[in-house]
Design a protein around this ligand. Sequence first.
Ligand SMILES: Clc1ccc(Cc2nnn[n-]2)cc1
Ligand SMILES: [Zn+2]
Length: 261
Amino acid sequence: NYYPWGYDSDNGPDQWHKNYPTAKGRHQSPIEINNKEVHYDSSLLPWFASYDPGAAKTILNNGKTCRVVFDDSFDRSVLRGGPLPGVFRLRQLHFHWGSSDDHGSEHVVNGVRYAGELHMLHWNPKYSNYLDARRRTDGVAVLAIFLQVGETPKPEMKRILEEINAIKTKGKEAPFPNFDPSILFPKSHDYWTYHGSFTTPPCEECVTWIILREPIIVSSDQMAKLRSLSKNAENEPDHPLVDNWRPTQPRYFRMVSASFL
Ligand SMILES: Clc1ccc(Cc2nnn[n-]2)cc1
Ligand SMILES: [Zn+2]
């Protein structure tokens, strides 16, 4: 009897491996990033995003996160440089967040959990499509940006959070035209990179992670807005969509490289 994975005690991260054995692999994400284990790599190139605002299509509540999807039918919005072997197409962005401001990110930096984490998911067009790319170790690149609660929130977050009212419950979708997600980038492009996986089932180990060192500032009200989403559909009992983050996984024999000293 099929029981969908989730983040609750009976279907959460500790159970995923029963239906998705890769979840117990040696290259899982997220991980802890600790300065003493990071290796500065002077050969790492800067990364560049060339996003077309016209590629933005819709914003959606899929019951597990708030996701914005983009037209990825050609090299329209791409990420390149950094650790990447070529251009990767932007397919969607989504968030992970907690039930309160003191946790919610997936990656943890020197013991610090942020209130949330924004993921911009890209795939390698050398493969015929996204599903094929997910089966390849160099198939996917996720640019991750930490969300930190502060007094002077980044105004560019407003657009996404204003749309939340239109997608309160699972399955709700709204048009989301003319949006260039690079406006969400922090000043510094400094990053860590390592090889890992999707942080949700099937947890394929196909992700080159590019994690920005500088968080973006959001307000506590904006985080509350994300927490006002529901994981249930409109006509079902209300369950707040919160704590959609996977705990950190063993790093095993993986190197985390830094683009900065
Ligand atoms: Cl929409 C969506 C897609 C993927 C994930 C899980 C994930 N894997 N890598 N980054 N996020 C969560 C929500
Ligand atoms: Zn994610």
